[in-house]
Design a protein around this ligand. Structure first.
Ligand code: SF4
Length: 483
């Protein structure tokens, strides 16, 4: 597998209520959310009487492109999930949505995020006799709901939510309702949209990002609020807020890298945010150069903003090959070092003899940056400067983003000057944390009241991480338990 040395989003979720061919709508929505997880995908539909499910490893198109499969997912209600594994192996039993039969009926759930006390809860639940079917943290929700002493589904769900810590956006489907939940700090995104209903009544959609509404022609209604549970049924949408008010801490990395650029997050178009971040980066880290070149694709809007603000010409000096499968097998050690060139190649006509500013969104281990710089030099660049549209990634994420443990993060072990030397550039600079906030319309990071989760840049974790040490490793007692 190609290591593209980027943090990875864990998952994308989608739900549809009272729409014709809900499973087909869910498949389209998941296709638009494919960037949030490519390892596996699943849809559970409900036809008014029964639940139906199909899950598979791989991409949405590989699993839901077959008419026979779609015919097996009838009904006007469905939820779906794209998986990128941060906990649990990628095997079929770990593919969501999870489904369980309770005394109140069937319950399907899909989860984007990460529960920071999942191991502790799992241990406690196992001791109480709960039998886990998967290694996913999300299954904890199912057992907590099953053993809750409350009678209604919603009260059981609230009971479960009050026992978990972490970042999560959930979509769930019961016989009677489509349910959407966002964690109390709203770290992970979830939005509500509307579609014409199957029977003249309103149809409703829940999704991780607005790009999933656009593909199915749904109208954006609003963000699900941090700490809110939305209950969708034929009577409309009800809102329940079981947690006390807290200052939201939306994931700032969604703006920098994870979200699709045509999505709108918390009222801000991601594309515009990235251009503003690039412009701020240019103001903070000026450089004499001939050409601004983005590391595609995610570095493109920031590079455009940088080039505009710095008045340096913007050119596509690196071309990305979009047809490299995630499972492309590099057959021998001899050619493994060429890995990055399967994905990126330098456009010599643009680069040769020039002083190049490469703009990227992040440096994680630094391995890809190193190879890209080498490639640009081999294409004849006179100087290579690197500018990064996020502050140095110094800490691991425990909230649903796959980052290496802290010791493997280049910025956790090296100064900016050392990183520049290792990557092989004439200069390296990152946007400041205050500059990032400013580009996103906030006055600057106020340590007492930060507007975002920015823990991977600051180490200021807004949600406790009881199952992990600060170095990003499971705590010792847990390691012993897991063997
Ligand atoms: S730690 Fe970083 S990637 Fe994780 S939720 Fe916070 S800002 Fe996002």
């Amino acid at each position: 597998m190609i290591d593209d040395d980027k943090p990875h989003e864990e998952c994308g979720v989608f739900g549809a209520w009272n729409v014709a061919d809900a499973a087909a709508i869910a498949a389209l929505g998941l296709h638009a959310l494919q960037h949030r997880g490519q390892e596996a995908t699943g849809i559970v539909s409900h036809d008014g009487v029964r639940f139906h499910s199909h899950k598979g490893l791989g991409l949405v198109g590989d699993n839901f492109g077959d008419a026979k499969v779609m015919a097996g997912l009838p009904g006007p209600r469905a939820i779906g999930h794209n998986r990128y594994a941060t906990t649990g192996d990628t095997v079929l039993r770990n593919v969501q949505p999870l489904f369980a039969e309770f005394e109140f009926g069937g319950f399907a759930v899909g989860h984007n995020g990460n529960l920071t006390n999942a191991h502790t809860l799992r241990r406690a639940l196992t001791r109480r006799g709960c039998l886990f079917q998967s290694t996913m943290d999300s299954e904890v929700f199912v057992h907590l709901i099953a053993i809750s002493l409350y009678s209604t589904v919603v009260d059981r769900l609230i009971d479960a939510l009050k026992q978990v810590t972490g970042a999560y956006s959930l979509v769930a489907l019961t016989n009677e309702q489509l349910i959407g939940v966002r964690d109390p700090l709203g770290v992970r995104p979830l939005i509500l949209g509307r579609l014409p209903g199957a029977d003249g009544k309103a149809g409703w959609v829940l999704a991780s990002e607005t790009c999933a509404l656009d593909i199915v022609g749904a109208e954006f209604v609003r963000d699900v609020e941090p700490g809110e549970i939305v209950l969708v049924d034929d009577a409309g949408v009800q809102s329940v807020k079981p947690f006390g008010p807290q200052k939201p801490r939306f994931c700032v990395f969604e703006y920098i890298y994870f979200a699709r650029p045509d999505s709108v997050m918390e009222g801000t178009p991601v594309y515009n945010a990235r251009k503003r971040i690039g412009a701020q980066l240019a103001l903070e880290t000026p450089v004499e150069a001939d050409v601004v070149v983005p590391v595609p694709d995610s570095g493109v809007p920031a590079a455009m903003g940088f080039a505009e603000a710095a008045r340096i010409s913007f050119e596509l000096g690196i071309i990305r090959n979009h047809y490299v499968g995630r499972t492309f097998i590099e057959p021998t050690d001899q050619i493994r070092h060429l890995g990055v060139r399967l994905k990126h190649s330098a456009n010599r006509a643009i680069i040769e003899g020039k002083r190049v500013v490469l703009v990227d969104d992040s440096i994680v281990r630094g391995t890809t940056s190193q190879k890209i710089v080498e490639m640009v030099r081999q294409a004849g660049a006179r100087e290579v400067h690197m500018r990064i549209a996020g502050p140095p990634t110094t800490h691991s994420c425990f909230y649903g983003i796959d980052t290496p443990e802290r010791g493997k993060l280049l910025a956790a072990r090296n100064s900016v000057e050392e990183m520049a030397r290792l990557i092989g550039v004439e200069s390296l600079a990152f946007i400041s944390i205050d500059g990032l906030y400013k580009a996103l319309g906030k006055p600057g990071r106020d340590a007492a009241q930060p507007a975002f989760c920015d823990a991977c840049f600051t180490g200021d974790y807004p949600i406790p991480v009881p199952d992990h040490s600060e170095a990003g490793e499971p705590r010792l007692s847990l390691l012993a338990e897991l063997g």
